[in-house]
Design a protein around this ligand. Structure first.
Ligand code: THU
Length: 145
């Protein structure tokens, strides 16, 4: 039988995303997501997913963090975002193959608020493998005005 893969050490930004994910308000999906943004002056700004009984009003962790950063005066001063999600396989007993990657709406918001070559990190829930990518790679040809 194959040994489980050893989990890679989380980056400091991913660790922060993991820490805040315990604050997620996700009574419907039980899918706890945390996001942590690094600013150009070294601050870390976090966000979590916030669900609602009217499901469509739910906010993803990434957008919560990005909007909080803007509210704190960091427009144009963001350089990286890390996203951590709990292991849905553990939550639901179902097979979940991929990493929890940012949804389409969050990719469009990232394209607006992060530099195209900003660092985006997320982690595979079972293997611990870390993906390093960018907003332009996640959403080529994003909509702009
Ligand atoms: N969710 C996020 O917070 N970020 C994503 O990129 C994908 C989905 C949240 C929304 C909802 O609360 C739960 O995960 C299940 O979709």
């Amino acid at each position: 039988m194959a040994e489980p893969l050893e989990k890679a050490a989380l980056t400091p930004l991913l660790s922060e995303a993991q820490r805040v994910s315990s604050h997620a308000y996700a009574p419907y999906s039980h899918f706890l997501v945390g996001a942590a943004i690094q600013t150009t002056d070294g601050q870390i700004i976090t966000g979590v997913n916030v669900e609602n009984a009217s499901y469509g009003l739910t906010h993803c962790a990434e957008r919560t963090a990005l909007f909080t950063a803007i509210a704190q005066g960091y427009a144009g001063k963001l350089k990286a975002i890390a996203i951590w999600a709990n292991d849905v396989k553990q939550q639901y007993g179902q097979r979940f193959e991929g990493a929890a990657t940012p949804c389409g709406a969050c990719r469009q918001v990232m394209a607006e608020l992060l530099p195209p070559d900003a660092e985006v990190q997320f982690v595979h829930p079972q293997t611990g493998a870390i993906t390093h990518t960018t907003p332009s790679e996640l959403l080529p040809l994003s909509f702009t005005l």
